[in-house]
Write a protein that binds this ligand. Sequence first.
Ligand code: ZN
Length: 198
Amino acid sequence: MITRAGADILHLDVMDGHFVPNITFGPKMVADIRKLTKLPLDVHLMISEPEKYVDEFVKAGADWVSVHYEASNHLNRLVQQVRDAGAKAGVVINPATPVNVLEEILPFIDFVLLMSVNPGFGGQKFIKTSVEKAKKLAGMIKKMELDVMIEMDGGIGPANIKTLSDAGVNVFVAGNAVFGASDPAAVIAEMKKQINGK
Ligand code: ZN
């Protein structure tokens, strides 16, 4: 359904019941989803000790893998591990983590994932300060002359996607806005219209 509805990427939230309170699924589910769609699979690891599982998730079919800044003591090595496994590497920061901490890792990654809700559950309200955070990060990336995408996750829908796009976000994760809608395709089309002006 989601492939037909016009999504460009499929974002998969992996939660371990340790780094975040909730538990979702592991590599087996990613491998099963891999068989159902040609869409790039964007695997967001909300897990402790992500270095133990990165290779398994890429083997299962992850095209993009993001790891939390807050979950790693050796982030540089970890993102290299993701790239060596053959996926695009992303670093995620929680709402209370400032973008400044990304300065030394930006040259080594393909995207940053900004959490605009606290990770762990769907359907939460968008944290408004995330807009300023995206602007600040976009400024850093520009100043450093890097080609790093900004993805945002949490509480995104037709009502705020234009503001976020203007702030420099290029990849939008929408859960509830799409899956909670009676017509998901219409919501995706509306969001694309908002950011493309078509
Ligand atoms: Zn996510």
